[in-house]
Write a protein that binds this ligand. Structure first.
Ligand code: GLY
Length: 262
C-alpha cells in the first residue's frame, strides 16, 4: 500500500535494471568487468570507492589500457553523503553505481545518444518525464541534446561547476587528476511532488526531480596550481545510481521503498 504509482512504464526489479544495463553496453562493444573493492587496493587518495571511475584513473590518464570500452556495476560509499542519509529520498551509506567508460574511444555524442536510448527504449521511460542539465560553458553538450536528441530547450538546464563538473567544483577545489564537465539526466516525478511551483526545474532541490544519471566528459588533468591541462585523449565516465533508477522504475518516492531494501 505504501507504493505510490506514478509511473506507467515497465515495472522493473533492481536486478533486472542492472542486467539490462550491462547487456545494453555489452551490445555496444563494452567489456563487462566486476566491481572493484569498496576499499580500493592501490589508491592512497581515497579511503572508499566513491564512483565507478575510481578503478580507472590510470586509464583516464592514457595508461594501462586493455579495453577502450568498459561497463561496470560498482559498489560505492560516499563519506560526504553520510550526513544526508535518512533526510533525503536518495542518499545511502552504501549504493551501487552503473557506469559505462570510454578511454580515448567514443565521446559526448555516443555517450548522450546511448544514455537516452537506454532510458527511453530499454527502460521505456517516457521522454516527457526526462530533463537534462549541462555545464554552463559546454555548448557542444547543449547542442547535442537540443539538435540530435531533440530535447526541448526549456528542459535543458545550464548549471555551474558545483553541479555539472566531476568531481564537483574540481576547477577551483580539486582534487587533482582526471576531471571534466558533465551532463545529468533527471526524472520528473510530476508537479504534485515537491515545491509544486510551476517554475520548478532540476535546479530546485525540492525533490521533484530525481537525478538518475551523470555523464562525465573526462578531458582534463587538474594540476596543483589549478590549471586544467587536456588529457592525452578524451574519455567518458558515466554514473547511474542503481537504487534511484529502481525507485523510478518501481514508482516509489524514496529509494528505501524499492525491492532490494524490502
Ligand atoms: N563519476 C561520475 C559520477 O559518479 O557521477
Amino acid at each position: 500500500k505504501e507504493i505510490i504509482l506514478r509511473f506507467s512504464g515497465l515495472k522493473m526489479k533492481t536486478d533486472e535494471i542492472r542486467e539490462r544495463f550491462l547487456r545494453f553496453f555489452k551490445k555496444k562493444g563494452h567489456k563487462i568487468i566486476p566491481s572493484d573493492s569498496l576499499v580500493p587496493f592501490e589508491d592512497p587518495s581515497v579511503l572508499f570507492t566513491s564512483a565507478g571511475m575510481n578503478q580507472f584513473k590510470e586509464q583516464f590518464m592514457g595508461r594501462n589500457i586493455t579495453f577502450r570500452r568498459i561497463a561496470t556495476c560498482q559498489k560505492c560509499l560516499r563519506t560526504q553523503d553520510l550526513e544526508k542519509v535518512g533526510k533525503t529520498p536518495g542518499h545511502h551509506t552504501f549504493f551501487e553505481m552503473l557506469g559505462n567508460f570510454s578511454f580515448g574511444d567514443y565521446f559526448k555524442k555516443e555517450a548522450i545518444e546511448w544514455a537516452w536510448e537506454f532510458m527511453t527504449k530499454d527502460l521505456n521511460i517516457k521522454e516527457e518525464r526526462l530533463w537534462v542539465s549541462v555545464y554552463i560553458d559546454d555548448a557542444e553538450g547543449y547542442n547535442i541534446w537540443r539538435d540530435i536528441i531533440k530535447v526541448p530547450k526549456n528542459k535543458i538546464i545550464k548549471m555551474g561547476a558545483k553541479e555539472n563538473f566531476w568531481p564537483s567544483d574540481a576547477p577551483t577545489e580539486g582534487p587533482n587528476g582526471p576531471c571534466g564537465p558533465c551532463s545529468e539526466i533527471f526524472f520528473d516525478q510530476g508537479p504534485d511532488v515537491g515545491c509544486k511551483k510551476s517554475t520548478c526545474t532540476p535546479a530546485c532541490d525540492c525533490g521533484r526531480f530525481v537525478e538518475v544519471w551523470n555523464l562525465v566528459f573526462t578531458q582534463f588533468d587538474r594540476q596543483s596550481d589549478g590549471r586544467l591541462l587536456p588529457l592525452p585523449s578524451k574519455n567518458i565516465d558515466t554514473g547511474m545510481g542503481l537504487e534511484r533508477a529502481a525507485s523510478v522504475m518501481q514508482g516509489v518516492l524514496t529509494n528505501f521503498q524499492i525491492d532490494i531494501f524490502k
